[in-house]
Ligand binder design. Structure first.
Ligand code: DLL
Length: 440
């Protein structure tokens, strides 16, 4: 990672002592539970059913008394039943598509939008953004939070948003090379696609003058980060967030903790829980990430289970921040494939793929059930610049990648090397897994 100049946006909140923060979040939680209970009937029902009264919450230590919320609360109360304010107090809606087919709809008050911008300004400062920087925003604009969130935050930060939105890669490249923005925001897979296209067209990469990339919205590996950084010459940061909690900006990596993410915990209090028992896990243990968005007004979520899997770490980071850090997200619990009883994450397969310069970082995973047995295969594109040109060489490469996948995941996956540019590309979140087991 290059040595870039960064700063702390809000020392008061990002560097406060742990006890002080717990006390502050405790007060915010008490207020948030009261407001939500009084104004969102679904939440009153939930607390009443759990036999908990808002008065039982006297400090942050009581948080575990509260029941979890999750995507089903959005589904069951679609579209507006999770609102905790009258609709005329809202200024905007965002939504994300749910696996159940119903969108998770989130309304924002003016204060919510401000809070979101504050959270993002902290992330921008973490990533070395400077006032006056041109910020190329290639996340989609619209109901997705990736476009408009950073857009409004740029205004607060004092940088200049270029609202390119997703797609039209030729135009993205034109702006990158001719306007020369310092910062780009998009999914890591779309950045790779942009780089591929620049290389394929034989364009001069030195015309792109990006200092940093703020990438997120999907699980990605350290290896993918290294590859993006070295191929286009920028420093990559990992930004995390979800619509239900606010959008991007729940947390971001800094230049010291590159494989971890600082959580803006005074706004979004994190817990890691055991997926089976729901019990809060100690520092360093892998579990599901739960947030309480204690400052939110429109749709506050209390103990919202994201089902994203990670670990949490406390203590001061070398950057000076005291906010807790989570490890890079391995994936969502629902991304986890169970292959013949073994848990496998697409990111584990990515780690194996990225070890080989003979292939490109473009792969697809196919899962099927044949004669009652789960079978998994991985198609990976060959790198035209360095793939072996003999059958023997190709066979050796295939076996070697299969061996690495087996040692990382514990399962045998059949690897198929395919032509460069023959697999689908994505302008937003990449769908890498086609699981046909349950579709028959
Ligand atoms: O993806 C918000 C976002 C936009 C984040 C732009 C970062 C950048 P949703 O569409 O609601 O919101 O999807 C949220 O995406 O629960 C994670 O599973 C995944 N996700 C988001 N950021 C990361 C990340 C946006 N940095 C879901 N690493 C989350 C891994 C991520 N997964």
């Amino acid at each position: 990672m290059a040595d870039i100049k960064t700063f702390i946006w809000d020392e008061k909140y990002e560097c406060m002592g742990e006890d002080e923060r717990r006390e502050l979040v405790g007060k915010r939680l008490i207020d948030c539970v009261k407001r939500t209970y009084a104004n969102a009937p679904y939440y009153k029902k939930k607390l009443d059913k759990a036999g908990v009264s808002p008065d039982d919450i006297k400090s942050l230590d009581d948080i575990e008394k509260l029941p979890f919320t999750d995507k089903l609360d959005f589904r069951d109360n679609y579209p507006f039943g999770t609102l905790a304010v009258p609709r005329d107090q809202l200024v905007r809606f965002h939504a994300s598509s749910g696996t159940t087919g119903k969108m998770k709809v989130v309304g924002y008050t003016a204060n919510d939008v401000e809070l979101w911008s504050d959270a993002l300004c902290r992330c921008f400062a973490m990533s070395g953004m400077q006032k006056g920087d041109l910020v190329h925003i290639a996340y989609g604009y619209g109901l997705f939070t990736g476009g408009l969130g950073p857009h409004y935050a740029c205004q607060k930060f004092g940088s200049v948003a270029i609202p390119v939105s997703g797609g039209n890669t030729a135009r993205q490249i034109q702006i990158l090379t001719e306007w020369q923005p310092q910062v780009i925001c998009c999914t890591p897979t779309y950045m790779l696609h942009i780089i591929d296209t620049i290389e394929k067209n034989g364009m001069d990469k030195s015309l792109v003058n990006l200092r940093s990339g703020i990438f997120g919205a999907e699980a990605w590996t350290h290896e993918m980060k290294d590859q993006i950084e070295s191929r286009i010459g920028l420093t990559a940061f990992d930004i995390y967030g979800l619509t239900e909690i606010c959008g991007p900006g729940v947390g971001c990596s800094c230049q010291y903790c590159e494989d971890q993410i600082h959580i803006n915990s005074d706004m979004f209090w994190p817990e890691i829980v055991d997926p089976e028992t729901g019990k809060v896990l100690p520092e360093g243990e892998l579990g599901e990430l739960v947030f309480s968005s204690v400052c939110k007004e429109g749709v506050p979520m209390i103990r919202y289970n994201t089902h994203d899997l990670t670990r949490i770490h406390y203590g001061k980071c070398a950057c000076g921040r005291t906010t807790p850090r989570i490890d890079k997200i391995t994936g969502r619990a629902d991304d986890m494939l169970i292959i013949r009883g073994v848990n496998v994450f697409p990111t584990q397969i990515e780690t194996a793929v990225m070890r080989y310069k003979e292939v490109l970082p473009h792969y697809m995973i196919y899962v099927d059930r044949i004669n009652n047995l789960d079978v998994i295969s991985v198609k990976i594109e060959l790198n035209p610049a360095s793939f072996p040109d003999t059958m023997k060489g190709l066979e050796k490469l295939t076996k070697s990648i299969e061996g690495d996948i087996a040692s990382i995941t514990g399962i045998h996956a059949k690897v198929q090397l395919v032509e460069p540019r023959s697999l689908p590309r994505s302008e937003g979140k990449m769908v890498r897994v086609i699981d046909s087991r349950f579709k028959k």
